[in-house]
Design a protein around this ligand. Structure first.
Ligand code: PMP
Length: 406
C-alpha cells in the first residue's frame, strides 16, 4: 500500500491551524511531534471514565488500569524487540539517562575511569555525566567531529584504546545536525573495549525501526513526545542482567519488596526504577502512539521522510548564501542552517509570519554550535505528516528572509 500522507494528516488536529489563509507548516517535529487523534482519545479515556491507579487497587477500575499500564510496557517491548522486564518507564530521554548516570554510573565508575560521549550529544547525554562523574572520580571525554558533522571515528578508536572508557554514550541521530551515527559498529567497538553502551534514540525512535537485539547496546533511551505520544513519559531499555545489577536511584513506593526501619529490600527491575505512582495515562497513550506508528510501519515512515529530506535539501541549495550545518554522508530528519546577515531567531520570526514553524537556537547542543563557530542555527525537522507543500512554503519563506536580511 502506498504512503497516504493526507490520510495521516487528517488524524492530527494539531496540524489544522491555518492563519490568514496560510496553512500551518509544522517543521519542528524534532522538538516535539503533534499527536494523532487516537492518542488524544486514549488520554481522554484513561484520564476520564477509565481512570484509576495502578498496582494497588483491587477494584475493577484499578485492575483494568494496571493491565493497560503493563500492556503498554509489552507494546514498548515489541517496538524495541525487547523483553517487557527490560522496559523501564521514565519521564523522557533526559530522565532515562539520569537514571543510568545515577544508578549505573555512581555504582560502577571509579577514579580514573572515563565516560566517552560524542561531540554531537544533546545536553541530556552530557550534563548527567558531568553531575555524577565527579562524585565517583571518573571523567567525561568527548569524541571530536569532522567538518561535515560526522564522528571522527579514528579519534573514537584512539580514545577507546586507552582502556579507561567504562561507558560510551552515543546519540543515534543528532538533533542539531541530522547526523546518523553508525551505532551498531560503534557499539561493537565499545563493547570489544569493555565499555557499556548507551544509545540516545530520542531522534531515531520516530524515524527508523529500532531493534535492541541487534543494536549491540546495553541501554537505549527515547521520549514519548517525539514519537507522537504524550509528554511526561519516556523509556529506558536496559539489558536484563545489567538492570538486575543496578541499585535504585529514587526511593519510594512501588520500588520495594519489604520496608522496615532496619532493612529495606528492593523490587526486581523494572519496578526497582519506577518509584511512586507512575505516569499511568501517559504510558498507556504512549503505547497507543507506538501501535499507531507500527501500523503505518517505521520502514514506510523512513522512506517518506527520506524522500522529503532529499527534496528539502534540493530547495535549500537554491537559497542564496544558505549554509547547511551538518552534511555527513548519513543524515536524516533534521536540516540545520544559517543565512548570512540574519540571526536564526529572525529567520524563524519571518517564517512564523508565513505560518511556518521551525526552531531557532542551540538545540541543547552548545558544544556543536561551538564546533561549527555559530551561536545558533535555524532548524527545520520532519515528521510522518510532513509534505512537499510544507517544504515549498519553507523555501518561499527563506527566499523572503534573504530579501529582507541579505
Ligand atoms: N536527546 C536528543 C537527541 C534529543 O533530541 C532530545 C530532545 N530534544 C533529548 C535527548 C532530550 O529529550 P527530552 O527533553 O524529551 O528528555
Amino acid at each position: 500500500m502506498s504512503y497516504d500522507v493526507d490520510a495521516i494528516r487528517a488524524q492530527f488536529p494539531g496540524l489544522d491551524d491555518a492563519r490568514e489563509g496560510k496553512p500551518f507548516a509544522y517543521l519542528d517535529s524534532a522538538a516535539t511531534t503533534q499527536k494523532p487523534r487516537c492518542v488524544l482519545d486514549a488520554v481522554a479515556r484513561w484520564l476520564g471514565p477509565a481512570y484509576g491507579t495502578v498496582h494497588r487497587g483491587l477494584y475493577r477500575r484499578s485492575v483494568a488500569s494496571t493491565q493497560a499500564y503493563e500492556d503498554a510496557r509489552a507494546t514498548v517491548a515489541r517496538f524495541l524487540n525487547a523483553d517487557a522486564k527490560e522496559v523501564v518507564f521514565t519521564m523522557g530521554t533526559t530522565d532515562a539517562i539520569n537514571l543510568v548516570a545515577w544508578s549505573w554510573g555512581r555504582s560502577r565508575l571509579k577514579p580514573g575511569d572515563q565516560v566517552l560521549v560524542t561531540g554531537m550529544e544533546h545536553h541530556a547525554d552530557i550534563v548527567p555525566w558531568q553531575v555524577t562523574a565527579p562524585i565517583t572520580g571518573a571523567e567525561l571525554v568527548a569524541c571530536p567531529l569532522l567538518d561535515d558533522g560526522s564522528l571522527d571515528e579514528a579519534a573514537f578508536d584512539r580514545l577507546l584504546a586507552s582502556g579507561r572508557v567504562k561507558l560510551v554514550g552515543l546519540v543515534h541521530i543528532a538533533n542539531s545536525l541530522g547526523t546518523v551515527n553508525p551505532v551498531r559498529r560503534l557499539a561493537a567497538k565499545a563493547r570489544a573495549a569493555g565499555a557499556t553502551v548507551l544509545i540516545d534514540a530520542a531522534q531515531s525512535a520516530p524515524h527508523v525501526p529500532l531493534d535492541v537485539a541487534t543494536l549491540g547496546c546495553d541501554f537505549l533511551a527515547f521520549s514519548g513526545h517525539k514519537v507522537y505520544g504524550p509528554t511526561g513519559i519516556g523509556v529506558l531499555w536496559g539489558r536484563g542482567e545489567v538492570l538486575e545489577s543496578m541499585p535504585p536511584w529514587r526511593g519510594g513506593g512501588e520500588m520495594i519488596e519489604r520496608v522496615s526501619f532496619e532493612r529495606t529490600t528492593f523490587a526486581a527491575p523494572p519496578a526497582r526504577f519506577e518509584a511512586g505512582t507512575p505516569p499511568i495515562v501517559e504510558a498507556i497513550a504512549l503505547a497507543t502512539a507506538l501501535e499507531w506508528l507500527m501500523a503505518i510501519g517505521l520502514e514506510a515512515v523512513a522512506a517518506h521522510e527520506h524522500d522529503l529530506f532529499t527534496y528539502a535539501e534540493g530547495l535549500m541549495a537554491q537559497v542564496p548564501g544558505l549554509r547547511r550545518i551538518g552534511t555527513a554522508p548519513e543524515r536524516a530528519g533534521v536540516l540545520s542552517f544559517t543565512l548570512p546577515g540574519a540571526h536564526p531567531a529572525d529567520i524563524a520570526a519571518v517564517l512564523d509570519m508565513e505560518n511556518v514553524a521551525i526552531r531557532a537556537g542551540h538545540h541543547c547542543a552548545q558544544p556543536v554550535m561551538a564546533r561549527f563557530g555559530v551561536p545558533a542555527t535555524a532548524r527545520a525537522s520532519l515528521g510522518c505528516y510532513t509534505t512537499r507543500a510544507d517544504l515549498d512554503r519553507l523555501a518561499a519563506g527563506l527566499h523572503k528572509a534573504v530579501k529582507l536580511f541579505g
